[in-house]
Design a protein around this ligand. Structure first.
Ligand SMILES: [Zn+2]
Length: 263
């Protein structure tokens, strides 16, 4: 094994068992992006690592780069987000956000912005008054950070500046369509009301503190959900080619519905 050891922090996104007592752990780090590394012996009852490498945990780790798969040599919990782990609804939202972020993060590439956004939103999950709007905030900010910002000011086809009103959103071109372009494009579009357009613009431009103070966003959120989910599906299928995404988005939508019925 080479002596090349990197120390960083990260948020654990998932772990899968391998062999008798090991795990392969995936994390998102600010300095080296996605980390996929083996934690040897971490499933043994006396392992010092096992308890730290649980999804939705912020950890400090040392990773040894080897010729095959990297190896976690040390790990220490910074924040365990206990409140999230004790609440299935919050846990499902946190898992959705980390899995979504993971799709946009490459290995060995700096991902400070995405890491910070994810950390901010997981931290806010524990105190936010409205979880659904927090998830939309996360999705919309993530798209802006990764070069897929939904175009909400001009027509995403012809560039005409849009006067206030209701418009169709095109998943293909990643933004609103003027009425003329909307007449020509019939597939993969979803209508957005004036207020939903205003809300998406507001989320794009503001911090969560201001967004959390908004009233009566419930109806608008359902409309926005259809547009943002459809658009993300198109990005992930077409641009990033990540297959499990349909499942992830379907799971997220199901969770929203379940939570509305049970809470
Ligand atoms: Zn147009």
């Amino acid at each position: 094994m080479s002596k090349n050891i990197q120390k960083t922090e990260g948020i654990v996104t998932k772990h899968i068992p391998i062999g008798e007592a090991d795990r392969i752990v995936t994390l998102i780090s600010p300095s080296i992006g996605k980390i996929r590394a083996v934690a040897r012996g971490s499933r043994k009852p006396k392992s010092k690592m096992g308890g730290h490498l649980i999804p939705i945990t912020r950890v400090k780790i040392s990773v040894a780069n080897t010729k095959t798969i990297d190896q976690i040599t040390e790990v220490e919990t910074i924040e365990s987000f206990r409140k999230i782990k004790e609440d299935l609804y919050l846990l499902s939202k946190a898992s959705y956000m980390t899995e979504l972020a993971e799709n946009f993060v490459q290995e060995h590439s700096e991902s400070k912005q995405i890491f910070n956004l994810l950390l901010q939103c997981i931290t806010l999950l524990q105190i936010a008054p409205d979880i659904e709007i927090l998830v939309k905030f996360f999705e919309i900010k993530l798209m802006s950070q990764t070069g897929f910002k939904p175009e909400m000011i001009i027509c995403s086809e012809c560039g005409t500046k849009l006067v206030p009103g209701s418009y169709k959103f095109s998943f293909e071109s990643g933004g609103l369509l003027c009425h003329q372009c909307a007449g020509k494009i019939h597939s993969f579009t979803e209508k957005l009301s004036t207020n939903s357009i205003k809300l998406i613009r507001f989320i794009q431009n503001e911090n969560f503190e201001k967004i959390a103070k908004l009233n009566s966003t419930k109806n608008l959120l359902e409309e926005i959900e259809r547009v943002i989910s459809g658009y993300m599906r198109s990005i992930l299928d077409k641009e990033l080619k990540t297959k499990p995404f349909l499942d992830l988005i379907a799971k997220q939508t199901k969770n929203s519905i379940t939570s509305k019925n049970t809470l």
